[in-house]
Design a protein around this ligand. Structure first.
Ligand code: SIN
Length: 483
């Protein structure tokens, strides 16, 4: 066992108490394969206890003024920000991403806390002109109630704060189930929330390897009024079905198959920088990563050559190495998927322009790869790669690009590169995606709405829309008003 990289608890958090268990599971450093901690493997009983705690804490938390909640959230933001370096080291230890990216993620995660601390003060209702002289119509916004959050491993802090901060700002209480690969960051930020003054029971963390068991308790319980989930489309669909019986409100941030379209009139430097940023961030393990790079025939060869030159400069290493730009993948399933998709593409005629094989640094490292000559019969065109493999597909016309880009049940992010403003606007309107990057490969931040269309999900996170997800609109009719 490596020395535990955390000064924070490795126990679960229910009702302000740190809970241990005789059943536990190991957290593994993907760069070394070493165990870095054991955390409790909780089940149905503890999940119910967490919902009980969240229900008990709800009346007092929701009764606080938005300003009082904001004061606590801002203290939480300050504590997270002040401990950036330790949190970043912890994130790299359990998730693998390069330290520079981990530091960036701590700032990204903290930004949701700061943003929603303020935005909670703007949960405005409306007055509506009346239809009857003796009545007045108003709406007020109220917290939806107890929230369940199921979080992914690829952004172990930001994907939790993007859910917890708006929930708490709105006056909700929450039970979080972090990913089994990355529970330590979740526990660290939960501890900082307690230190900031978040009362017991308002923010609970249930660590488990039995996700279906915990998920069933969270979805079956009628006291849980909202489920927010980031993860695969398959699991999202199952949770959606499970929430039907209690008619919960849902935010689902599911899989993507982002097209990144490069037109002949693109600025080559911008297109390469955008493709690099979108494709290789977090070793290709983001839902918004460019999955299919569609390149118009007139620029294809120049783009492919420039991309290969940029990829050759990436440095594969453990995330703690200062030179690292590509860390390990999260686990052996992730490596197997990348290998299978690459082999399928190559078997059907794709050309390996660079990479195309595991990297000797360790069993979970894969070489940053560019595949040329991708065609529609290849699995890589339909499946989310979630690894550092760029798949280049040639097209001739704008209409063909739009048709290819939209030829997927997913619709999370899409990107396009063109110096022609009319084309950029026209194509942005036609792409079936919740988020479009024009001449830009990374756009996520706290002030803009993040989310997808089609099978990429429901609802939005971040921005004013992200607060709305945790609020109910109540209409009040004030009758018998004397004229
Ligand atoms: C994700 O991959 O789910 C989130 C990516 C982002 O926030 O940019």
């Amino acid at each position: 066992m490596e020395t535990a990289p955390t000064k924070y608890p490795t126990a679960a958090l229910i009702d302000g108490q740190w809970i241990t268990s005789s059943r536990s599971f190991a957290v593994i450093n993907p760069a070394t394969g070493a165990e870095i901690a054991q955390v409790p493997n909780l089940g149905a009983k503890e999940t119910l206890a967490a919902i009980d705690a969240a229900s008990r804490a709800l009346p007092a938390w929701s009764a606080k003024t938005a300003k009082d909640r904001a004061i606590i959230l801002k203290r939480w933001f300050d504590l997270v920000t002040a401990d950036t370096e330790h949190l970043a080291q912890l994130m790299t230890a359990e998730q693998g991403k390069p330290l520079t990216e981990s530091r960036g993620e701590v700032a990204y995660g903290a930004s949701f806390i700061e943003w929603f601390a303020e935005e909670g003060k703007r949960a405005y209702g409306r007055t509506i002109p009346t239809t009857v002289a003796s009545r007045r119509y108003i709406t007020i916004k109220q917290p939806i109630g107890v929230v369940a959050a199921i979080a992914p491993w690829n952004f172990p802090i930001a994907m939790i704060t993007r859910k917890v901060a708006p929930a708490l700002a709105a006056g909700c209480t929450i039970v979080v189930k972090p990913a089994e690969d990355t529970p330590l960051c979740a526990l660290a930020i939960a501890k900082l929330a307690l230190d900031a003054g978040v009362p017991p029971g308002v923010f609970n963390v249930v660590t488990t390897m039995d996700a279906p068991v915990v998920g069933k308790v969270l979805t079956d319980d009628s006291r849980v009024r909202k489920l927010t989930f980031t993860g695969s489309t398959a699991v999202g669909k199952a949770l959606y079905r499970q929430c039907a019986d209690t008619v919960k409100k849902l935010t689902l941030e599911l899989g993507g198959n982002a097209p990144l379209v490069i037109f002949d009139d693109a600025n080559l430097g911008q297109a390469v920088a955008g493709a690099m940023a979108s494709k290789y961030r977090n070793a290709g393990q983001t839902c918004v990563c460019a999955n299919r790079i569609l390149v118009q025939a007139g620029i294809y060869d120049r783009f492919a050559a420039a991309l290969v030159e940029a990829v050759a400069k990436l440095h594969v290493a453990p995330g703690t190495d200062a030179r690292c730009t590509i860390g390990p993948l999260i686990n052996s399933d992730a490596i197997a998927k990348v290998e299978t998709l690459t082999a399928d593409a190559v078997g059907k005629g794709a050309k390996v322009l660079i990479g195309g094989a595991p990297n000797p640094t360790g069993p979970l490292f894969y070489q940053p790869t560019v595949l040329g000559g991708i065609t529609r019969d290849m699995d890589i065109v339909r499946e989310e790669i979630f690894g550092p493999v760029a798949a280049l597909m040639r097209f001739e016309t704008e209409a063909e690009a739009v048709a290819l880009a939209n030829d997927t049940p997913f619709g999370l992010a899409a990107y396009l590169f063109s110096q022609n403003l009319s084309r950029a606007w026209r194509v942005a309107e036609k792409l079936d995606a919740g988020m479009i990057g024009v001449n830009d490969g990374i756009f996520s931040n706290e002030v803009v709405p993040f989310g997808g269309v089609k099978e990429s999900g429901l609802g939005r996170e971040g921005a004013a829309e992200g607060l709305e997800e945790y609020l109910e609109t109540k209409f009040i009719c004030l009758g018998a008003i004397d004229a």
